[in-house]
Write a new protein. Structure first.
Length: 259
C-alpha cells in the first residue's frame, strides 16, 4: 500500500484489485482517505498523492492512538501506483500463520530487518482480526497451540456464529484502542491471536527484542516511528512510473483509458 494501490476500486479491466485480496478483507476507512483527497484537490489540485495521504494518515493515527507518545516526521513526495492486483497480497503480506523464518524472509524482501519486523508487529496492539485468521489455534478437540487457555476459551465463544459468519475480535484484549507496548506483554503471556505473533518467542534474537519492547515503552515508541518511516519508503513511485490521482479509488482515466 505504499503507492496507494490498496485504494483502487474494481473495474471491468481489473475486477480483482488489491483491496479485494483475502488479507485486506478487514481493512476499513477508505471513505476517510477519499474525503481527505477531495479537500486537498479543492485547495491544491494535482499536488498531494493518495500514497502520501495514506502515509500521513498512518503517522497521525499513530500519534492519536498513542495519546501523542508516538511522534515522527513522515517524508512526502510519493506518486500513486497504477497497478493493483489481489493476488499480490498473498505473496507480499505476511500471513497470520507465518513461522519466524517466513516472517524474517518476507520483511527482508522489502528491505526491513528483524528489528523492524518485531517493532512493527506492535501495530497488533490495535485493530481487529477475522476469526478465520487464528481459528486453527483454538479448541476443539484440544488446543495444540500455546495460547493462554482462558483467552482461547473466550475467543472460541466470541467467534461462535449460528450463521457461519466470520466474526471479528480485537487483537489486544487489554488496551484494544491504544497503540502501546501491551502487545509485547501479550506475546510474553501467550495472549496473542496469530501464530506469527507467538513465533516471536521462537528464537533468542526476536525474544530479546520482545522483552526489551515490553520493558521499555519509550524505546519501542521511538523505534516504531523509525520503522514506520522506513516502511513508508518501500518501492516509492515517482513521476516515471506513477501519477497523482485525482480520485484515490481510480487511476486518472484520461491518461489511462479503458482501465
Amino acid at each position: 500500500g505504499c503507492d496507494a494501490s490498496v485504494l483502487l476500486d474494481p473495474t471491468k479491466a481489473n475486477p480483482q484489485p488489491e483491496k479485494l485480496g483475502l488479507p485486506n478483507f478487514s481493512l476499513r476507512g477508505f471513505e476517510v482517505i477519499d474525503a481527505i483527497k477531495a479537500e486537498l484537490e479543492k485547495k491544491c489540485p494535482g499536488v498531494v498523492s493518495c500514497a502520501d495521504i495514506v502515509a500521513f494518515a498512518g503517522r497521525d493515527a499513530s500519534y492519536f492512538l498513542s495519546y501523542g507518545r508516538v511522534k515522527f516526521d513522515m517524508p512526502a513526495g510519493r506518486y500513486d501506483g497504477k497497478v493493483s492486483l489481489a493476488d499480490e497480497t498473498l505473496t507480499d503480506l505476511p500471513p497470520p500463520f507465518a513461522n519466524l523464518q517466513l516472517l524474517k524472509d518476507m520483511f527482508a524482501a522489502k528491505g526491513l530487518n528483524t528489528v523492524d519486523m518485531v517493532v512493527l508487529s506492535g501495530a497488533h496492539s490495535i485493530g481487529r482480526s477475522h476469526c478465520s485468521s487464528f481459528s486453527s489455534r483454538l479448541p476443539p478437540p484440544s488446543n495444540a497451540s500455546d495460547m493462554d487457555p482462558a483467552l482461547a476459551a473466550k475467543l472460541k465463544a466470541d467467534c461462535a456464529s449460528s450463521t457461519g459468519a466470520d466474526n471479528t475480535v480485537v487483537q489486544d484484549q487489554e488496551t484494544p484502542d491504544e497503540l502501546d507496548n501491551q502487545y509485547y506483554l501479550n506475546v510474553l503471556n501467550h495472549k496473542v491471536l496469530f501464530e506469527s505473533d507467538a513465533a516471536l518467542l521462537k528464537s533468542n534474537d526476536t525474544a530479546r527484542l520482545v522483552y526489551a519492547a515490553a520493558a521499555y515503552q519509550k524505546l519501542w515508541q521511538y523505534k516504531f516511528g523509525e520503522a514506520m518511516v522506513k516502511m513508508g519508503g518501500i518501492e516509492v513511485k515517482t513521476g516515471a512510473n506513477g501519477e497523482i490521482r485525482k480520485m484515490c479509488g481510480s487511476v486518472n482515466k484520461l491518461a489511462y483509458p479503458g482501465y
